[in-house]
Design a binder for this molecule. Structure first.
Ligand SMILES: Cc1cc2nc3c(=O)[nH]c(=O)nc-3n(C[C@H](O)[C@H](O)[C@H](O)COP(=O)(O)OP(=O)(O)OC[C@H]3O[C@@H](n4cnc5c(N)ncnc54)[C@H](O)[C@@H]3O)c2cc1C
Length: 501
């Protein structure tokens, strides 16, 4: 399911890696984080090579909402309470700077990406939540940043209150990424697509060898920008983060649309912005979130967004539906810095918790400073090796229960469906000769059979009937019904069976 962004741009192609190479800095992954690092580093004169498993920006960044804001939901009261004013201040300042940095890149490189400054609002329609919003206003003011409590925000329905950050922004994320690619190439960088990093090893001379599905790359520094870190040990990021999926629809309406960017203060989430498409202004509505790999249905995802649209825009026509997912760390702060204590010169940026437009820029600046040996004021906030007390015990327990279920208990339980019960255009796990097999029957009854075990860490997959995919409830990898790997952290396809012969 293509996003509006992917549909409104001519795809940019790059070659695959065709021989072994050596480079200064190898960046794994060409989403907004990897390409921002590549942009800054090529500008500084480093020899930079970017490798990308699929095509440029087509994963999380190509399916985002692309609001560029330091207002990451109601966040600053939480940060102040949990980690103190200094850390909350520095988090906010780093993300405010990121907005300026993105604008600077756009101006310096003359990137036409529909960048526009907008006010951003976190709002509520519930009287009971006004106090929480007012507390957030006080916390942000105490950090020394301007914000306002408002009761009118331009939405087509009444609200009880909102916190407004002025001079935030929005853009077309793929136009921005393609602009970065042009500059990276102009600065002497190299980009290879359809080239997957499979493994990473330290060489005898303290450089790294990156094994890809094509050839090998020798590099002094490595930046893991694969969204979900693809190396499990060391790092152990799979024990510190989970993935959450959200859905977006883009609607066309004859009614006049508002001008700001909005998100609800609590669940159910509704997120709004507008975007240009073929001379029109469309309304984007996001929400329907759930932990990636948990069962979902059309009604609870796109369905509630479409209902919301119809309430205020009865003439609305849905032009696009898409979804994607992002990594969320247990303390809600991204992991940025050295990949692991035992891996010097290997860096990571992840856990952007659905606010990766600014977080990726913060991350790129920290990592560029580390490579250049400069001190970065914000590094301590995001330190990837931090061992802070876990603030989110509930999610920690969920992750342990989910992993035990999918790695062990569900694998031992007999499947509760048999082959004949699976309807066309649907899928389920069945048992054949005491082995679990994932079956999907397409609308014409053609059968696709896969081994429903995640190629990342071996969890039993679950069927996603909205997207017709096999999803991992533990770590959020996703596979098409025919077994093709779609989303990280897994990068290998599922084994398939031919049941028709
Ligand atoms: C529904 C939704 C809406 C969002 N809206 C917003 C928003 O409004 N504002 C905001 O700030 N943030 C938003 N976010 C978050 C933001 O989109 C992400 O944080 C950001 O796009 C992540 O960028 P990335 O570069 O880390 O990941 P990606 O864009 O996923 O890039 C990683 C790349 O690495 C590649 N890769 C993976 N494995 C390998 C491998 N082994 N070898 C080589 N390449 C590999 C992938 O193919 C991919 O292209 C949203 C997230 C979601 C889920």
């Amino acid at each position: 399911m293509n996003s509006l962004w992917l549909d409104s741009i001519n795809k940019k192609s790059f070659p695959s890696l065709s021989n072994n190479i050596e480079t200064d800095i190898c960046i794994l992954g060409a989403g907004i984080f990897g390409l921002t690092c590549a942009y800054y580093l090529t500008k500084l004169g480093f020899k930079v090579t970017v490798i990308e498993k699929d095509d440029i920006g087509e994963k999380t960044t190509g399916h985002t909402t692309a609001k560029i804001t330091s207002q990451h939901g109601l966040f600053y009261d939480y940060l102040t309470q949990a980690y103190g004013q200094k850390l909350a201040h520095d988090y906010l300042e780093a993300n405010q700077n990121a907005i300026k940095n993105i604008k600077q890149i756009i101006d310096d490189e003359n990137i036409k990406c529909d960048f526009e400054y907008k006010n951003n609002y976190v709002y509520t329609t519930k009287k009971s939540e006004v106090d929480v919003i007012q507390k957030e206003v006080t916390s942000v003011e105490n950090l020394g940043f301007p914000c306002a409590f408002v009761t009118k925000a331009g939405l087509p329905f009444p609200i009880e209150g909102a916190i407004c950050f002025k001079n935030q922004a929005e853009f077309h994320p793929l136009k921005y990424l393609y602009g970065l690619c042009n500059s990276i190439i102009k600065n002497g960088g190299e980009i290879y697509t359809h080239t997957t990093a499979i493994n990473l090893e330290k060489d005898f001379d303290d450089t790294y060898i990156i094994y890809t599905n094509k050839h090998v790359i020798k590099s002094h520094y490595v930046i893991v920008a694969t969204h979900y870190p693809f190396i499990n040990f060391p790092g152990f990021y799979f024990t510190k983060m989970y993935q959450s999926t959200s859905y977006i629809i883009a609607i066309d309406t004859k009614k006049t649309l508002f001008n700001g960017m909005y998100i609800t203060a609590s669940s159910p989430t509704f997120s709004y912005r507008t975007a240009k498409y073929k001379g029109k202004k469309l309304l984007l509505i996001g929400g329907g979130d759930h932990k990636t790999g948990q069962p979902s249905c059309f009604q609870d995802t796109y369905g509630i967004l479409e209902q919301e649209a119809k309430k205020f825009y009865p003439d609305s026509k849905v032009l696009f539906r898409w979804n994607t997912r992002d990594c969320i760390s247990l303390d809600k702060i991204p992991y940025i810095g050295q990949y692991a204590n035992t891996m010097p010169n290997v860096y990571v940026g992840t856990g952007f918790k659905k606010w990766g437009m600014t977080s990726s820029n913060v991350a790129a600046n920290i990592i560029v400073d580390k490579i250049c040996g400069n001190k970065n004021k914000y590094e301590y906030v995001f330190k990837s090796s931090r061992l802070k007390p876990i603030k989110n015990m509930d999610e920690m327990k969920n992750m342990i229960v989910q992993s035990t279920n999918s790695l062990l208990i569900e694998k031992l339980k007999p499947a509760n469906m048999n082959f004949d019960e699976i309807e066309n255009n649907s899928g389920s796990i069945i048992e054949i000769n005491n082995e679990k097999v994932g079956i999907y029957k397409n609308p014409n009854g053609k059968i696709f059979a896969v081994k429903p075990v995640c190629t990342h860490l071996g969890c039993l997959l679950s069927w996603n009937d909205v997207d017709k995919t096999w999803d991992c409830p533990c770590h959020g990898s996703r596979f098409n019904y025919d077994g093709k790997n779609l989303y990280d952290p897994a990068f290998k396809n599922l084994d398939t069976y031919d049941l028709e012969n």
